[in-house]
Design a protein around this ligand. Structure first.
Ligand SMILES: [Fe+2]
Length: 379
């Protein structure tokens, strides 16, 4: 597979591309042999798109399994190494050793690079591999989502890197308090996922721990303090909207989505399905920045990768990648025939190109496991 980046300012009028050209992660701009004209190049510049990706990938894009197999071991390695280093760092905190600010640049750069390619199926991978059952997994999911949102918003790389680091530091407050005491189901306290007041302690505890970290940038303390603050001023510390910085707004959306969809807080309330987690955020849209929310939906689509769908042609499909042009029509792997019998050979379908609607979400965990396992069995 060959793939290269080309600077928009270097594209000449009517220059013919020898490879397919993509904008962002997988949005086809033009196919091999076509060219762009001055007005189209000007549009790219107006949209502040600095580079396009040239790749021979188009054919494989239509074959998810093929591309997923190609990338699978890389995803696995990224996740394993990141988890290992994160566990090591968190252990240094709970054991109260001298805490040194971690260097996770290598993990950040890997995630950044993967998300920026047309073969990016990383969201499908993390949704089918990480359940968010402990601190590490909550931090990892938050870090992935924050980076994806920040990339969609075209933030500078240094700012995206900051989103990544902050995501792994915001919940330090859980590390020195017994899990028993705060995750115990306590009906008296009327715990609800509608607000996270019962978790107020983790902000203060987190700040105390963060202050002990050698070389922590001072502004990171602000981000720990504001990571559950809302634009409408109804957050944990009632900090008002205009005082909340963009990075904080990004991390809050990513982090709270993880809280409501992961099993981390399952003793307090049952985790929501991924698609319902987005509806939860939308139901509380006054809390969140609308541009950040929009970017997150374009990263996830309304049918996040890993969800099982029923298509209007009566087939089951699994969502594998969002289409930026239409969050209601993701790229899917069709896994059944019209009688809903599962197929041995699945087929990748772009719902926009085929103009197929999603009729509904399938809420059947057994079927979901079956379908996901059958995809992994082919690797
Ligand atoms: Fe938190």
């Amino acid at each position: 597979m060959s793939s290269q980046l080309k600077k928009v300012k270097e594209i000449k009028d009517s220059e013919e591309f020898s490879l397919n050209a993509f904008v962002g992660e997988g949005n086809l701009l033009c196919t091999q042999g076509m060219s762009l004209h001055t007005d189209e190049i000007a549009l790219l510049e107006k949209w502040k798109i600095e580079t396009i990706q040239l790749s021979d990938y188009l054919e494989s894009e239509r074959k998810f399994i093929h591309a997923f197999i190609e990338n699978y071991s890389e995803y696995k390695k990224v996740l394993r190494n990141f988890t290992k280093d994160l566990e090591h760092f968190y252990n240094s905190i709970s054991e109260e050793h001298k805490i040194v600010f971690p260097n996770f640049d290598e993990h950040f750069l890997k995630i950044y690079e993967i998300f920026d390619t047309p073969t990016n199926y990383i969201v499908f991978y993390i949704h089918t591999k990480i359940k968010g059952k402990n601190y590490e997994q909550v931090a990892i999911l938050t870090a992935f989502y924050s980076v994806f949102i920040a990339m969609r918003l075209n933030l500078a790389k240094s700012e995206i890197r900051k989103c990544f680091y902050i995501s792994i530091l915001i919940d330090l407050g859980f590390l020195r308090r017994s899990e028993e005491s705060f995750l115990r189901k306590d009906k008296e306290k009327k715990i609800s996922r509608e607000n996270f007041d019962f978790l107020n302690f983790h902000i203060q505890y987190g700040l105390n721990i963060a202050k002990e970290i050698e070389n922590i940038p001072r502004d990171y303390l602000y981000y720990i303090l504001t990571h559950h603050e809302y634009l409408d001023g109804s957050g944990l510390n009632k900090i008002s909207g205009e005082k909340i910085k963009l990075i904080s707004k990004i991390v809050t959306v990513a982090h709270e989505y993880v809280y409501v969809t992961s099993s981390f807080l399952q003793n307090c309330f049952p985790p929501l399905r991924l698609a319902n987690g987005l509806i939860f955020l939308l139901r509380h849209k006054n809390r969140y920045d609308s541009e950040v929310l929009k970017a997150f939906i374009s990263v996830m689509s309304f049918f996040p990768p890993g969800e099982i769908l029923l298509l209007e042609n009566n087939r089951y499909a699994v969502s594998i990648k969002p289409n930026r042009r239409d969050p209601l029509k993701p790229l899917v792997e069709v896994v059944s025939n019209a009688n809903r019998s599962l197929l041995r050979e699945t087929e990748t379908v772009n719902l926009i190109e085929e103009n197929i609607q999603v009729s509904g979400l399938i809420d059947d965990e057994k079927l979901r496991k079956n379908i996901i396992n059958s995809i992994y069995r082919r690797i």
